[in-house]
Design a protein around this ligand. Sequence first.
Ligand code: SF4
Ligand code: SF4
Length: 227
Amino acid sequence: MPRDSAEGDPAGNPIGFVRSPTLQLRTFVDDQREALPPVDFAGMIGHLRSQFEEYTNALASAPAGVERGRLLHRMMDDAIATAPRVPIACRYGCCGCCHSEVEITPDEAEVLRERVSDGFEIDRSRLSVQAARERMSPEWAKFWSPENRCVFLSTEGTCRIYEDRPAVCRRSLVTSPPEACTTAGAALAPVRILLVEILLSAAISMEGASFGSLSKMLKPGLQKEFS
Ligand code: SF4
Ligand code: SF4
């Protein structure tokens, strides 16, 4: 299996079978453990596990790289479509979140590398500046700094690779005011969708996979073109 085979332990880590759960998935499970009677909690974990295995098997059915990256994007759109409609604050051209440290999987890095290798223009010096930063560098907390702009962001504040945007960008939906996305310490109200978190957790639990900064993941694949 392309994941950690550790069994879930209701008393300890009930999702031990998920090698790399997202923070949101862990938070959801912790909240449910507090809220549900043990028997209901165990049932919920059983459903979570079967959905995790279904997603893992579906992702494993595609070859690693561009194909699996695009499959993840289609599955992510489907998972988001299952969520109840809530009034989100996100609007066309709103791009505070495109000035943050976006995380992608190795497969998604291949999707982006293919676009750039095919001639898609990006600001390579800005990519280098971002890639040289430490993970979670305080520079990212400067939000609107020009150096924080995603290299795929247009001057109009829209995504130039919308159809290939990373899974994390697809799930970046909030009900809080847009200003909260770029204000340190502001109360954010992200839209949480359980299926989305299970899917992302499956993607980063695949063998050899993990989240990394978009800039750090993309630049090494372009090394030849940089030199
Ligand atoms: S997540 Fe925040 S910054 Fe991004 S589009 Fe939505 S409201 Fe705007
Ligand atoms: S890939 Fe697109 S949606 Fe994601 S941060 Fe960059 S510009 Fe924004």
